[in-house]
Design a protein around this ligand. Structure first.
Ligand code: FAD
Ligand code: NAD
Ligand code: ISD
Length: 426
């Protein structure tokens, strides 16, 4: 017993929403497309969970941030899916996949078959237990990947106004949540193993700018170490965090953001994997021609760098999903995906964007004591990456365009002198 569809999207996150939009723009017939999601709600813009969702006042709540409002497209509410004849199979976990038979088995025992499968299973948050620390299930410890996590975080923040939060991890989740905790009047200590925050992207100089601001808001940074254990009371609540050097931090709540792992397990041994994700070609097609992969779970060729990358950012999820659908619905007119990596964040009143690759030599520019500054990365004599804080729409577009052009850079001192003008005039 089971249902059969022409197209099945497995996963109901950002990529699924944008793929659905593209399918309808290309005239998918009613009844042919289905989205299966473990989450109980229609696809939404996940970035909202660490930003608008955590505000103490006028917080964003569904349905306001269903996809595809993140790119000023239509808001795809459950009603929209119904009107477009797209089956939403929500609250449903797929527990196994048979690529040869083209079937998926739900946790409840239903078989769903497809002609074409788009894997959009995203990723899961890494748990402290995977680093040998117990206590993730304590009631005042939270991660942040989905709506349920975000609701837990909001409840915890409400219950400990004026109290102490320990944020484990100095990446995207750590920095965005620390800012939200401060805005909710909670004292924050951030603990991470690197020498500065956002070590996978920021230079020490860029990191220092943001860290100084966080410090001015009362955030305490403990760098170069990790936690070794939690003190947990008889009610199952963490009361303190013990660090590897033996020091202790009092904690009314703990937020953990220590990275992710792509959800590939259903396909291991059935599809080729690379860089922790499902390897796809420039049409987002996997090692099986009936199966595509998009978003955080896909490792795709980034033509600009001449290598396969797996990206964990929303713009890549949106564009890879739309490109896969174009390749499926109109294969002859769809070229290879030619993606310029784009990352961004917004915390407090800051807003930065980054395009390209952060390899090679770095040139900083602008006013690091003011509100607009940036950096360029130059590798093998060419501009490969650009970062800008506090830019205008036109300035962000200019650094994106310049990065895609990969212009030759002969003189780093001259690039530094020109700063943003270089991108605006190249
Ligand atoms: P996801 O959006 O994670 O969706 C995956 C879906 O698959 C989920 O619904 C999941 O439940 C479902 N699923 C997985 N396995 C199964 C299964 N076996 N059966 C059924 N369903 C399954 N990126 C940015 O560029 N900028 C930001 O500001 C930003 N902010 C973020 C804030 C937060 C809190 C988080 C968690 C991420 C943020 N990101 C941001 C990253 C961005 O949201 C992701 O890159 C994007 O969501 C990836 O989309 P996806 O569709 O591949 O995966
Ligand atoms: P991340 O990779 O950005 O940062 C992980 C951090 O964990 C590292 O910076 C490091 O400081 C820390 N860490 C690693 N091992 C540790 C350990 N054993 N103990 C303590 N700290 C440790 O991952 P994240 O911040 O967890 O974010 C999760 C996902 O969500 C990522 O894919 C990210 O791209 C995405 N996200 C993106 C944005 C954005 O693009 N603005 C915002 C939020 C989340
Ligand atoms: O890209 C984003 C982002 O940063 C959000 O908060 O999409 C969401 C939406 O803009 C929320 O409405």
């Amino acid at each position: 017993m089971g249902r059969a569809f022409v197209y099945v999207i497995l996963g109901g996150g950002v990529a699924a929403g944008y793929a659905a939009l593209e399918f309808t723009k290309r005239g998918v017939p009613h009844g042919e497309l289905c989205i299966i999601s473990e989450e109980p709600v229609a696809p939404y813009e996940r970035p909202a969970l660490s930003k608008g969702f955590l505000l103490p006042e006028a917080a964003a709540r569904l349905p306001s941030f269903h996809t595809c409002v993140g790119t000023n497209e239509e808001r795809l509410t459950p009603k929209w899916y119904k009107e477009h004849g797209i089956e939403l199979v929500l609250g449903t976990r797929i527990k196994s996949a048979d690529i040869r038979r083209k079937t998926l088995l739900t946790a409840a025992g239903e078989t769903i078959s497809y002609k074409i499968l788009i894997i959009a299973t995203g990723a899961r948050a890494l748990k402290l237990e995977e680093f040998g620390v117990k206590g993730s299930d304590a009631e005042n410890v939270c991660y942040l990947r989905d709506l349920a996590d975000a609701n837990t975080l909001v409840d915890l923040m409400k219950s400990c106004s004026g109290g102490n939060a320990v944020v484990i991890g100095g990446g995207y989740i750590g920095l965005e949540c620390a800012a939200s905790l401060v805005i909710n009047k909670i004292n924050v200590t951030m603990v991470f193993p690197e020498a500065h925050c956002m070590a996978r992207l920021f230079t020490p100089k860029i990191a220092s700018y943001y860290e100084e601001y966080y410090k001015s808001k009362g955030v305490n940074f403990i760098k170069g170490t990790v936690l070794s254990s939690f003190d947990i009371d008889s009610n199952g609540k963490v009361t303190a965090v013990t660090l590897r050097d033996g020091s202790q931090l009092p904690a009314d709540m703990v937020v953990v953001g220590i990275g992710i792992r792509p959800n590939t397990s259903l396909f291991e041994g059935q599809l080729t994997l690379e860089k922790g994700g499902i390897k796809v070609n420039g049409k987002l097609q996997s090692s099986n021609s009936s199966v595509y992969a998009v978003g955080d779970v896909a490792a795709f060729p980034v033509k600009l760098f001449g290598e396969t990358r797996r990206l964990e950012h929303v713009d890549s999820a949106r564009k890879s999903a739309r490109h896969a659908v174009a390749a499926i619905m109109d294969p002859n007119k769809t070229e290879e995906f030619n993606y310029l990596p784009f990352f961004y964040s917004r915390v407090f009143t800051f807003s930065w964007q980054f395009f390209g690759d952060n390899v090679g030599e770095v040139v900083h520019y602008g006013d690091f004591s003011g509100s607009t500054f940036g950096a360029y990365w130059v590798s093998k004599g060419h501009l490969v990456g650009s970062f800008l804080e506090g830019g205008t729409k036109e300035e962000y577009e200019a650094i994106a365009k310049a990065t895609r052009m990969k212009p030759a850079i002969e003189d780093l001192t001259e690039l530094e002198r020109q700063g943003l003008v270089f991108a605006l005039t190249v």
